[in-house]
Design a protein around this ligand. Structure first.
Ligand code: FAD
Length: 380
């Protein structure tokens, strides 16, 4: 067993972090304040192979696998998790096409995303069903050579900036719930697609989040991704890889919190001594470091398993759970160590505190991860 990153991964880590510091850091504060999406950063990142980096070269990606992608996500998230998301989630939804789509779909949709020209979205959640992924109501009905899609999607990342989305729709209502769904590619400019940007997010405010309505949207039947009726099962596989990516965000944010808190603890004095010399501060820093180290090891392992062709949804759920918990813990501790200053928007820790919470909500709430892990534990 070798825990060292390869030279290629080390270079990637270094390059992604430099990119984040040089390109993202200067605009981070304003984008957060103004809820500003960052297409120019996505394009620059794509030039460096950071968009859809997990995609094989054949389809326009850098071919660095999911471990490489987790490392990129981590490094961008050390600087700004929202803008980082605009880069790494520009291809969100392409995972479904890559794993289940036809050759034609892969060649049509994935390369323009990796080149930074297009943006994808994964439209699953609905206003009345998020965790209950078998409770979605959006319908796609066959009509001639088309599907006609009607329904509503909620909280869709890249919703108003995407060129296409992979949407979860019921195509076989006569079947049992789990066999009634299909995934369908819907061009964002199709007639009847109505998109509204959601404002007022607590964190990751530079990322675009939207509600989407489909009103008699007509798409060719060839836009189905994978098998008719297998959408639910495909979505479960989708989470194997996307939860690893989201956990990479948690590693990066937690690292940023730890680094900043250590620096502050060495500089700030109270009662004549640096606050880092007091054991209560040390306990916070130590717990942050232990949780972070455990998380990074788990995330890298889960990513490595995907690259080795052995994706493990149980481990992906564990990373996602630990990721949310670690990020929220580290952000909270970082704010506390900064005292009153940590509460002011001049200090990045308050932003990280707001950003961290989403890691316990999207891509499966922490309760959803518990359900997944708990079921696996009892299935043997
Ligand atoms: C910023 C942002 C970006 C997002 N991006 C996307 C995206 O790109 N694509 C997409 O499809 N979705 C996206 N989402 C949606 C996100 O995945 C859902 O919000 C999330 O899955 C939770 O669903 P919900 O909001 O409907 O909450 P609900 O499912 O209504 O859950 C509410 C609460 O009840 C709990 N709960 C539910 N069922 C159970 C149970 N059986 N046992 C115990 N507790 C339970 C939940 O854990 C949660 O605490 C995004 C959300 C946000 C906020």
């Amino acid at each position: 067993m070798n825990f060292d990153l390869s030279e290629e991964h080390k270079m990637l880590k270094d390059m992604a972090y430099k990119f984040a510091v040089n390109e993202i850091s200067p605009i981070s504060y304003d984008c957060d304040k103004e809820e500003k999406y960052t297409p120019e950063i996505r394009k620059k990142a794509a030039e460096q192979g950071l968009v859809g980096a997990w995609v094989t070269e054949e389809y326009g990606g850098a071919g660095v696998g999911f471990l490489g992608n987790a490392i990129i996500t981590e490094e961008l998230s050390r600087v700004d998790m929202g803008i980082g998301l605009n880069v790494v989630a520009a291809c969100f939804g392409c995972e479904a096409i890559y794993y289940f789509g036809t050759e034609e779909q892969k060649k049509k949709y994935i390369p323009p995303v990796c080149s930074g020209e297009w943006v994808a979205a994964g439209a699953f959640t609905e206003p009345n069903a998020g965790t209950d992924v078998a409770g979605y109501k959006t319908r796609a009905v066959k009509d001639g050579k088309d599907y006609v899609v009607n329904g509503n999607k909620m909280f869709i990342t890249n919703g108003t900036v995407c060129n296409f989305m992979v949407a979860q729709c019921i195509t076989k209502p006569e079947e049992k719930k789990h066999n009634s769904f299909s995934q369908i590619i819907i061009p964002a400019d199709a007639k009847g697609v109505i998109r509204n940007k959601l404002h007022g997010k607590m964190g990751i405010r530079a990322s675009d989040t939207a509600e989407i309505t489909f009103e008699d949207v007509r798409v060719p039947q060839e836009n189905i991704v994978g098998k008719d009726g297998r959408g639910f099962h495909q979505l479960m596989h989708f989470f194997d890889v996307t939860r690893v990516m989201v956990s990479g965000q948690a590693v990066g944010l937690s690292q940023a919190c730890l680094d900043t808190a250590v620096k502050y603890a060495k500089e700030r004095t109270a009662f004549g001594l640096p606050i880092g010399s007091y054991q209560l501060t040390m306990a916070k820093l130590t717990e942050m470091a232990i949780k972070l180290e455990s998380l990074r090891t788990l995330v890298y392992k889960a990513a490595w398993l995907v690259d080795a062709g052995k994706p493990d949804y149980h481990l992906a759920a564990m990373c996602k759970f630990l990721g949310g918990q670690t990020a929220v813990f580290c952000a909270n501790a970082a704010v506390e160590i900064h005292g009153g200053y940590g509460y002011m928007d001049e200090y990045a820790v308050q932003k990280w505190y707001r950003d961290a919470k989403i890691l316990e909500l999207y891509e499966g709430t922490k309760e959803a991860e518990i359900m997944t892990i708990g079921r696996v534990l009892q299935s043997k």
